[in-house]
Write a protein that binds this ligand. Structure first.
Ligand SMILES: *[C@@H]1O[C@H](CO)[C@@H](O)[C@H](O)[C@H]1NC(C)=O
Ligand SMILES: *[C@@H]1O[C@H](CO)[C@@H](O)[C@H](O)[C@H]1NC(C)=O
Length: 508
């Protein structure tokens, strides 16, 4: 093309770039609110639009008017997912590879990590945690108010009773900021968390955007719900536990509706982004199901890590509203997505991120820049035998690990023989056992999301490439921080804490 035409094309390009950045700058002067809602131990199957017998009409509608994330991953357990949400980093970098943190371990989300909540504070947001924390409690510096949350109303551990807020009976774990709360005994957690969210929305500072992590306790065990919520399923779901679980989901669904109404009533819905995610795959032993995905919570098969996720907001571009995104998105992506993409702030100051800003992918339907995803490497879960035929591997295949590259996923080590678990009472679905343990497995999860055809022996070169990637990540890993248990020191009825779970040590 002639030089002057090229110049004018270039100019046009520049103008487009300038205009785009102008509109971005403009957007940051009215930073959107973020209501980030998390369900706890909810299975991939356990939402209306994935075919559950129970209904979740409000979440279904929010998802249907927004973007459903259908190539979306969380972690295999609760603490690692929450740690990655808070830091934008893989858990191999902070020692949380092996699972959850217990209340009697001298460990928490490492204190040198900069959290999502801290970055949102810097970006000018008020920050609120409602519900579950589960990122450590042994010393005061570990608690939510010291990790970037202006306010906290909820509990510190992984699970507790929904009405009495204790675990076991009589040992309270319920806080407003640093103050134990005894007076809510008898009130159901999902109602309390919904009311708290609505209160914060009603009293929102008009000059400050709001970031709320509504970290629901439901539908995690113990399975408890006011009867009015499970009753409608009396003739639909025969299994008692599954029926209670359905009620827990119904109550949470109703609560999410109430929160959405509060946003509208306060005139802030139009400038708010509602994000929904699960925290890990469903534990079938607690009535959560991932059908048709393989296995369950704790596993690196899809049933352990593929999340339910959607984003709802009037701020999404029209062309993505009502669509399904099959772009690869991971829980570690939320930190840069919220901080850079939504708040228009910088992620400078955090430790090096694994997460990617996915805001344009979600808002505009652009391709995700993520092609690789390390699911985990857990050096504490190692088979003592097997893997002889992989002795030339750059990575010790006896270690439990999984990595994703494009549509391909490699698993090594003890991934069990778990099969496919059918939710009870659904005609035509039957639980199937898995195949007996191949130590190296390769699946094309796009074509074979149920992970039925191990292609490792067919694609040896691809397997080698993925093993080399695992070896590199393994070299970058830090030691797991799980320490011995100190049940006596941590026990709140023995350590002078008046039977309230909370910090029990002062030193590192
Ligand atoms: C809650 O109330 C029940 C019944 O009154 C009581 O047995 C239990 O100890 C209380 N729990 C807490 C944490 O206050
Ligand atoms: C939602 O609001 C209705 C009407 O105020 C109330 O009856 C219900 O308990 C609320 N649900 C939750 C989960 O808070």
């Amino acid at each position: 093309m002639p030089a002057n035409m090229a110049t004018s094309m270039l100019l046009l390009g520049l103008i487009v770039i300038i205009c785009t950045s102008v509109s971005l700058t403009y957007a940051t002067s009215s930073q959107p609110n973020v209501i980030f809602i998390m369900g706890d131990d909810q299975g991939y199957r356990d939402i209306g639009y994935h075919g559950s017998l129970f209904k979740t009409p409000i979440m279904d509608k929010l998802a249907e008017e927004g973007v459903k994330l259908e190539n979306y991953y969380v972690q295999f357990f609760c603490t690692p997912t929450r740690a990655q949400l808070m830091t934008g980093r893989y858990q191999i970098r902070m020692g949380l590879q092996n699972g959850v943190l217990d209340q009697d371990q001298k460990a928490c989300l490492p204190l040198d990590e900069v959290t999502l909540a801290e970055k949102m504070q810097e970006a000018g947001y008020s920050t609120h945690l409602i519900g579950k924390w589960h990122l450590g409690l042994y010393r005061e510096g570990c608690l939510p108010n010291n990790r970037g949350f202006d306010t906290f109303f909820g509990f510190l551990q992984g699970a507790e009773y929904f009405f009495s807020h204790d675990t076991p009976k009589g040992q309270l774990d319920f806080y407003r900021d640093f103050e134990p709360q005894w007076q809510y005994n008898g009130s159901y957690a999902t109602h309390l968390y919904t009311d708290e969210a609505i209160d914060l929305i009603n009293n929102k500072d008009p000059d400050k955007p709001m970031f709320m992590w509504l970290s629901h306790q439901a539908p995690h065990a113990p399975l408890e719900v006011p009867q009015q919520y499970s009753e409608p399923y009396r003739d639909i779901i025969e299994d008692d536990n599954r029926r209670t679980y359905a009620g827990m989901m119904a109550c949470m669904d109703e609560g999410i509706g109430n929160v959405t109404e509060a946003l509208k009533a306060n005139g802030i819905y139009d400038n708010t982004i509602i994000i929904y995610t699960t925290d890990n795959g469903g534990p079938v032993w607690n009535s959560a199901y991932n059908w048709p995905l393989r296995a369950f919570k704790g596993s690196l098969f899809e049933g352990g890590i593929r999340g339910v996720g959607f984003v709802h907001s009037p701020l999404l571009s029209d062309k993505v509203k009502g669509t399904v995104s099959y772009e690869l998105i991971h829980v570690s992506d939320w930190l840069p997505t919220l901080v850079e993409g939504i708040a228009g702030w910088t992620t400078e100051g955090t430790l090096p991120l694994d997460g990617i800003n996915q805001w344009e992918t979600i808002r505009d339907g652009r391709s995700s820049r993520r092609i690789e995803l390390l699911h985990n490497i857990d050096p504490l879960t190692v088979l003592t035998e097997g893997g002889e035929s992989w002795s030339d591997s750059p990575f010790d295949v006896r270690i439990k690990a999984a990595i994703r590259l494009g549509n391909w996923k490699l698993l090594t080590g003890d991934n069990g023989e778990a099969g496919w678990f059918a939710p009870p009472g659904v005609a035509g679905l039957d639980t199937e056992e898995g195949d007996v343990g191949d130590i190296v497995r390769l699946y094309n999860v796009k074509r074979d999301p149920e992970e039925r055809n191990n292609l490792a022996s067919k694609y040896r070169i691809l397997v080698k490439c993925l093993l080399r990637k695992l070896a590199r990540y393994y070299e970058e890993s830090v030691e797991p921080i799980y320490t011995p248990h100190f049940p006596e020191e941590a026990d709140p009825c023995k350590n002078g804490n008046n039977c309230v779970w909370g910090p029990w040590a002062t030193e590192e």
